[in-house]
Ligand binder design. Sequence first.
Ligand SMILES: [Zn+2]
Length: 422
Amino acid sequence: MESLFSRIDSKREELVSFTQDLVRIPTINPPGEDYTRCAEFLGQRLAKSGFSLLYERARDTPGDSDRYPRNNVIARFEGKHSGPCVHFNSHLDVVVPGKGWTVDPFEGLVRDGKIYGRGTCDMKGGLAASVIAMEAIIEEGIDFPGVIEISGTVDEETGGYGGVAFLAEKGFFSKPRVDHVIIPEPLNVDRVCLGHRGAWWAEVETFGRIAHGSMPFLGDSAIRHMSAFLELIEQKLFPALDQKQTRMPVVPEGARRSTLNLQSIHGGEDESFSGMPSPLVPDSCRLIMDRRFLIEEEITEVKAEVTDLLEELADSRPNFRYQIRDIMEFLPTMTDANAPVVKAVSASILSILGKTPEHVISPGTYDQKHIARIGHLHDCIAYGPGILDLAHQPDEYIVIDDMVSSAKVMAASTLKLLGVGM
Ligand SMILES: [Zn+2]
């Protein structure tokens, strides 16, 4: 192992420059900029190390077009003997930089042992660490049985339909092709992430009747109906959600329960109007809800909690009319703490970092849901460098030492899973 680790140490500069190169390809999603360039850049690098490549475009998935093709790359390196397959999956897309940056978000500036830029932490730094780790194993000439795969996939930030979900439908994340999956999302270098909470997004619309704003009693305000609904949410739903306990070790601690975010609300005059507002009673009001739920909760109950409140109003409030529309839903997932990939990575963290790893659950979902639900593969975790709280923030960065440490953990864990004793 010492020789492998010193090889990884010697690849530190390469790790930094590869991360910078990835950050300089601004794969902003939406709309899905530069996916092809990024997938090919990753593919060409891995091809040089002896990987065989497959490019898979997810045609007809949300957002796919000739202008913004959903291009994924899957790279595969076969050992000399047959054996299991360890797969590292990273998403190539990043969210918009947003405001508040003090550095160029797509320059990849290195300062004080950190690389700054959109996607350094979430998750091009993790991707680069996994690539360097696997290249180090190959360069060492370690004679391993089985297969190493690395994929770069798109659209994780918008549900993963054109990325991991698409590939999982095609069997890329199922046995016998793949046995163990590590997703280098930024969950911190000394933690193993077993899965994530569930998510349900829905839109509620209340209806009214249009009238002159000077005589609102002649109409019926959809906004007042919505505010009655919001009041019930405040009085009943939020307190009920706070009471829910879970055995999921979600971090941060505040997310160790059910949560609801009222994501947006629109009623009456169009948001984009200019000039003077018109005197009208609003006949429609729309609310988007983002509900995160626990492994102990059934999605039918999660939905019923909301529709029960709406029905209560329909029974008690004159002229209350509503419509509810599902936007998307993902079930919670949690890999068993005794699964091989959890044990291998935990043991490597302990031996390399000298720390007992924490087993955690992510508050938000990531592509593991598709691997579990579509691929039916349950030996899957997220493990990677990067501080979770920095994801999607201005001045996002990754600590270079953490990338190097996590590359060692990834390399050692891979050899353990392939059954190579060193
Ligand atoms: Zn991510």
